[in-house]
Design a protein around this ligand. Structure first.
Ligand code: FES
Ligand code: FES
Length: 161
């Protein structure tokens, strides 16, 4: 068996060190080594987006990233989204719009939405649908998800108006 590697990375603003096999994915390390099971495993081949995390601010499918590639990176996962005293507005909007059914896809959608709104705070519906096209929901909840993202964007507009 190949020698394990030490990976030093930042996850949700905390420096973390963990051991992994050279071929182990970031998704496996998050869930099985670090017990961060908020990031979900769907297809494990880059098709569903359930495993989306942010790596240096960009959404990535953690099932397609090797854990060793996280060396020195700044990772954000669903566990770091909510502030200590409640929910992030994205999470609240998903709840209020019932934008989840089985919930497996939800962490990935929320992480992708976070990345979208950071790069484009006021997206149109078309831009939202285009940006989130890499995230699949087998419960067919897309309209509610898109509504939730529009609500967050609109509430940001009201605050900044
Ligand atoms: S589990 Fe990674 S894209 Fe589906
Ligand atoms: S809520 Fe079930 S896959 Fe999206």
């Amino acid at each position: 068996m190949a020698k394990k590697r030490v990976v030093t990375t930042t996850i949700n603003d905390r420096q973390v060190e963990f051991l992994c096999q050279p071929r182990q994915t970031l998704l496996e390390s998050l869930r099985d080594v670090l017990n961060m099971t908020g990031t979900k495993e769907g297809c494990t081949n880059g098709n569903c987006g359930a495993c989306t995390v942010l790596m240096d601010g960009r959404p990535v499918d953690s099932c397609l990233v090797l854990a060793v590639e996280a060396e020195g990176a700044n990772l954000e996962t669903i566990e770091g989204v909510a502030p200590s005293d409640g929910l992030d507005p994205i999470q609240t909007a998903f709840l209020e719009n019932a934008a989840l059914q089985c919930g497996i896809c939800t962490p990935g959608f929320i992480m992708a939405t976070k990345a979208l709104l950071e790069s484009n705070p006021h997206p149109t519906e078309d831009e939202i649908r285009f940006y989130l096209a890499g995230n699949l929901c087998r419960c067919t909840g897309y309209d509610k998800i898109v509504r939730a993202v529009l609500d967050v964007a609109e509430s940001r507009e009201e605050v900044s108006a």
